[in-house]
Write a protein that binds this ligand. Sequence first.
Ligand code: GDP
Ligand code: IMO
Ligand code: MG
Length: 431
Amino acid sequence: MGNSVVVIGMQWGDEGKGCIVDYLAEKTNAVVRFQGGHNAGHTIVIGEEKTVLHLIPSGILQEDVKCYIGSGVVVSPKALLSEIGQLKEKGFDIKDNLAVSTNCPLVLSSHVLLDKAREKLLGRSSIGTTGRGIGPAYEDKVARRAIRINDLFDRGNLESKLSSLLDLHNFLLKKYYNSEVADFSLELDSCLSFFDKISSNIKDVPQELRKLELSGSKILYEGAQGSMLDIDFGTYPYVTSSNTTAGSASTGSGIGPKYFSYVLGIAKAYTTRVGSGPFPTELNDHTGSYLARVGAEFGATTGRPRRCGWLDAVLLKRAIFANSVTGICLTKLDVLDGLDEIKICTGYEYERKVIDNLPLSADQFDKCEPFYESVKGWKEKTAGIKDYDLLPDLAKQYINRIEEITGTRVDMISTGPGRDEVIIRKNPFNN
Ligand code: GDP
Ligand code: IMO
Ligand code: MG
């Protein structure tokens, strides 16, 4: 069967996916993004140099790794050009290392205005979006009126589609949201100059992936956000507007699921969330602030502080099933160094009943009181350890307990933000 690994987040995003994809990409031929947009923020640390990627796959910093943006991704022309520019300044020239699918819908300035206007109107019940226009762009895709990259090849066609789309957006912005509107000629110029700079990178991505798959190449499919932010599976309406779970690696890239040989579920050793919505194990106390400080938990896209809490194994069990996780990669283990006690949520009390599963409505989820199992913390440092045997016994016990509760192997562990601060117990490509 295939030789491709799907990497997805098992919580509410920011699990450290970028860091792990960059690490695994060294020994692969290609990395593919299949959903989301520049709402994602994937941090890669090489020596002293930190790079945050939003749209470009996290394989771009490795030599000879081809990066693909599949049609499930919504592409902001401005964000993509600015990211390419920033990489160039750092000495990474993307040249033909990047291929963008002809079918990607575009994120326009009017989508950003709509996103912000909606959040403003929602007031206290706002979703806490990244304000990047992602939701409105997906709405237009589903409504079959999006401008897709393909549309840029024919200027006349682009002008007429853009004009009718902006008419609709500006009507809504002005009459319904009482907000500023988008300018047609600025938007057209932005699309045309994007096309001018990127046209040689526009490709039939499914066809290219097919060739790679058939030649036995190793491919990484890189998820953005996390399972609990999935539009269907997550804590709706406090979710993003795409499917973030593993099935989307197939639909968002144009490759059938039989090619995927392994699904790597990335889970932080504790839990974080940015934006609004239920979070049963959230800690609004000094332990929560401690995790935020030691884990440097600030959004890589918006800089917002991330909410922090204990590991939620109920949520992990659900994510394992929803994604067919083969093995877990437990990240940021080092952040727990020195704690006396560590807790794992193993169930909830909901309306006076004990449940070990998730209710899916956000309102129900909000009423869940977590039950914890307590494990003893370790005093030694795990930071930077690359060999499993060198981990403190109590850290190994924490990992074992996660494996027992979830019934799933922890195949990788990360102990620092650096490129190779990773323990591999089983390589996902040798499954
Ligand atoms: P992503 O969105 O899943 O790619 O994750 P982000 O990059 O948004 O957030 C993860 C943050 O944790 C980044 O600042 C990483 O540099 C950092 N990080 C990743 N793995 C580790 C780790 O094992 N230990 C520590 N201390 N930091 C890590
Ligand atoms: P990565 O890939 C964490 C959250 C937002 C908000 C909700 C909807 O770095 O893990 P959107 O702008 O997508 O409409 O916002 O989703 N969100 C993320 N949270 N990590 C991300 O990406 C996120 N992308 C979106 O905070 O709650
Ligand atoms: Mg992130």
